[in-house]
Design a protein around this ligand. Structure first.
Ligand code: NI
Ligand code: MN
Length: 226
């Protein structure tokens, strides 16, 4: 599969023959100024929670592509009222889509929609098909609930974890999170976009390497094959 980093926690994936977009916040991100959101293809837009640094461009991209939103019930309902298509889920539930299975799993974080509406609980997504299995954590603290993922989902090939600290776990806690989810290949998100979450890339990579794990820090706009 192909995964492209769009800055902050925004990713674009080609997976199971579909285009998936995660937590899009591109136009408002100075680090992502070279990305034209009108070129982004999406069959589905997955939103971990309602904070603006995760949903800012969701409506634009979904409308451009007639895409289906996947998120919690509160967020999907809010977007359905604005004319978008959506598939509501809630924590602990999984569903088989045409690209693979999605399980919406616990995050420890807050959530609120851009107009102040209640955003439900924050979550993350474990996604799998015959090709690959991965976890997109969204914003979360380190939590013991992460240990449920390897108990309830197929063995992960990689995971996308926040490492920027202050609003989410930092990279030191993310090393433990990788242990909890039994995954050695981690892709970084939620770092460097604003002052509170600027990190030392080399120190973050070294913290993972010390525990025999790999931290991949992509440049904004960079793609990798997984
Ligand atoms: Ni957040
Ligand atoms: Mn965030």
């Amino acid at each position: 599969m192909t995964l492209r980093y769009l800055g902050q926690s925004s990713f674009q994936a080609e997976f199971g023959g579909k285009h998936l977009v995660f937590d899009p916040m591109i136009k408002a991100n100075e680090l992502a100024r070279d990305i034209d959101i009108d070129t982004i293809k999406a069959d589905y837009v997955l939103l971990s929670h309602g904070h603006s640094d995760h949903v800012e461009d969701a409506e634009h991209i979904a409308k451009n592509n007639n895409a289906t939103l996947i998120s919690n019930f509160e967020i999907v309902s809010w977007y359905q009222d604005r004319g978008l298509k959506g598939h509501p889920m809630n924590l602990g539930g999984k569903f088989s889509f045409d690209f693979g299975t999605v399980k919406y799993v616990n995050a420890i974080h807050s959530s609120m929609l851009p107009d102040g509406s209640y955003g439900g609980a924050s979550g993350g997504f474990v996604i799998w098909n015959n090709e690959k299995r991965f976890y997109f954590a969204g914003d979360t603290a380190l939590t013991m609930d992460l240990k449920l993922i390897p108990m309830t989902c197929p063995k992960l090939d990689f995971a996308i974890l926040p490492i920027g600290d202050n609003f989410t776990m930092g990279y030191d806690d993310a090393v433990l999170a990788a242990e909890f989810i039994q995954c050695d290949k981690i892709i970084a998100c939620h770092f460097d976009t604003f002052g509170y979450i600027k990190i030392d890339h080399e120190a973050a990579k070294a913290a993972f390497k010390k525990e025999g794990k790999e931290l991949i820090i992509l440049s904004v706009g960079e793609s990798i094959q997984l």
